[in-house]
Every structure is written in structure tokens, then in C-alpha cells.
Design a protein around this ligand. Structure first.
Ligand SMILES: [Zn+2]
Ligand SMILES: [Zn+2]
Length: 154
């Protein structure tokens, strides 16, 4: 979703669209960022944008569902994904001293690619470790039984 900066004003513009889940899953595989996580369907992106001079304010969220594999019991489970973000985007050539950080980014020319921001946020929303539940008992190292479902006599 490419936004034209000149189309923005001080009035908030609301945009909603879906990111391609398949493309995100390819990105996860390439980065090996996700420990067995993938997007279920296409995550939804919602954002409000407005502009003061050259400064573009973006606030929004990425929501969707993730399919994960529990690192302990290897069960697959589905979990909601939600990440809110807020950015100030300034023209590439302005205020060179200002460091890009989590809340500041730059844009070139008259275009902001919301997709780049949204995909980055979606990937940041991945869990570093996925557990089906906090107290997952995992698999028995002796017999391989799923100890959440049954006891064993090892
Ligand atoms: Zn588990
Ligand atoms: Zn056992």
C-alpha cells in the first residue's frame, strides 16, 4: 500500500487493507526468524495518517493469526497476533542529525510504502519462543508421550 504524501493533510486519513500472508511466511523462512511460526491467512493492517508540513504521523496496528508449533510438546496451535505501531516519518533529506530509531523513519520523494512498515511490524510481532501454554509439560524424554494429555510410567 503506497501512500502519496501530497494526498495527506492535517485531517486524519484512515486506511485498511490486508498484507499477503504467504509473502510474509516466505520472509520468515528466509530470515529463519520464526521458530515454527507462520501467518494463518492474510494479516489485516489498519492505519491513521496525517501530515504537518513534511512530517507524516502514522499510527496503526497489524492483526491476524499465527500458526505455531510448541517448542516443548510440538503441538500445533493457533494464536492471535496484534501489534500496534506509531511512527513519525520525515523527508529523507531533512534534519540529518536525527537518528532513525523505533519511532522515527524517513521517506523519499512523495511516497510512503506502508507495506514495508507493516511487514516489519508483523515480523516483530513473532514470539521468540512459542509455548502452547505457559505450563506446557512437554514430551517425556523416555517414551515421547505428550505429558499434557497423558501420564507415563517412565
Ligand atoms: Zn506445548
Ligand atoms: Zn515416559
Amino acid at each position: 500500500m503506497v501512500i502519496r504524501v501530497s494526498d495527506l493533510s492535517e485531517d486524519v486519513k484512515h486506511v485498511e487493507y490486508s498484507e499477503n500472508g504467504q509473502a510474509l511466511n516466505t520472509a520468515i523462512e528466509e530470515a529463519s526468524a520464526g521458530c515454527d511460526q507462520s501467518f494463518e491467512g492474510d494479516p489485516r493492517v489498519e492505519a491513521d495518517l496525517y501530515r504537518y508540513g513534511g512530517d507524516v504521523h502514522v499510527a496503526g496496528k497489524v492483526t491476524g493469526r499465527l500458526l505455531c508449533t510448541c517448542v516443548r510438546c510440538l503441538d500445533e496451535f493457533s494464536t492471535p497476533l496484534r501489534r500496534e505501531f506509531r511512527f513519525l516519518l520525515i523527508p529523507a533529506a531533512e534534519r540529518p542529525g536525527m537518528e532513525a530509531d523505533a519511532g522515527l523513519d524517513r521517506y523519499e520523494g512523495d511516497e510512503i510504502d506502508l507495506g514495508v512498515l507493516a511487514r516489519e511490524q508483523a515480523l516483530l510481532a513473532l514470539e521468540p519462543v512459542t509455548l502452547c501454554r505457559q505450563d506446557c509439560r512437554g514430551l517425556c524424554p523416555g517414551c515421547g508421550r505428550n505429558l499434557n494429555r497423558e501420564a507415563c510410567r517412565c
